[in-house]
Design a protein around this ligand. Structure first.
Ligand SMILES: C[C@](O)(CO)[C@H](O)COP(=O)(O)O
Length: 238
């Protein structure tokens, strides 16, 4: 049975306010997406990598993959009209090359600190439960707001989880989900886990980490650089 990483790099990263898509921004002389791809390249249980890529950057991606020796990269797939569309394009392409029992780990290209333990746990839990969503506890108080200015309602944080990626599924199951969602006119769910829930399915949790950061704003780049420094210091210690 194969385990395939599907990396979603279809977005333009408007919230980063940079001239190039955030997944291609260079940090310490490496594009962000290369850190992400290296995590899956190095993982012994990952057999192949596919990337859903923003239009116009496909050749750049292949060139970086050659430069940084990402030999598991096999497929570069066009992005969709939004996140759900990009994931749908990705899983429908993978369906042509893999079996329905094979596992697909859907991962944001801009989560470059994903660890081997997170990837391993997502594979194990997907096989065990039929789906696995990397999550972390909610450490802050959570307030509800209608206008972004004030609040009169809160959520009990012990009942909340913060979702990350990877999000793992058997390929047949996630393709079927996307086909049924299209039939029902559900076309803009923010993540695979929310699509599952909107379609009446249960999702199971797998290991996440505060370090598995999503690079959304310029501030996140500073946190990413600090995490890279800390990782390097750990290597030097060992
Ligand atoms: C999939 C995700 O990372 C889960 O937390 C998140 O929903 C992605 O959001 P984005 O708006 O596509 O960056």
């Amino acid at each position: 049975m194969a385990n395939v990483a599907l990396i979603i790099a279809g977005g333009s990263g408007a919230r980063m306010h940079q001239s190039i898509p955030k997944q291609f921004l260079s940090v310490n002389e490496r594009p962000v997406i290369i850190y992400t791809l290296e995590a899956f390249q190095k993982h012994a249980d990952i057999d192949a990598i596919a990337v859903v890529c923003i239009s116009g950057w496909e050749q750049v991606l292949w060139a970086y993959a050659r430069q940084f020796n990402i030999t598991k990269l096999k497929y570069v797939i066009p992005g969709g009209e939004n996140g759900q569309g990009s994931i749908r394009n990705g899983v429908f392409e993978l369906e042509k090359h893999f079996g329905e029992e094979d596992i697909v780990l859907i991962h944001d290209s801009i989560r470059p600190m994903v660890s081997a333990d997170i990837i391993s746990d997502c594979i194990v839990k997907t096989k065990q439960y039929g789906c696995a969503i990397a999550t972390i506890p909610c450490a802050e108080a959570m307030l509800q707001t209608e206008d972004g200015m004030c609040s009169t309602g809160s959520y009990p944080r012990d009942n909340l989880k913060r979702t990350q990626t990877p999000q793992g599924f058997p390929l047949g199951k996630i393709c079927d989900l996307h086909r049924r969602a299209l039939e029902q006119g559900i076309t803009n769910s923010v993540a695979s886990c929310t699509l599952m829930i909107e379609m009446g399915q249960q999702v199971h949790f797998s290991l996440g980490s505060e370090k598995n950061i999503k690079l959304t704003t310029v501030e996140d780049l500073d946190i990413f650089k600090a995490l890279l420094l800390a990782k390097r210091a750990d290597w030097l210690k060992d």
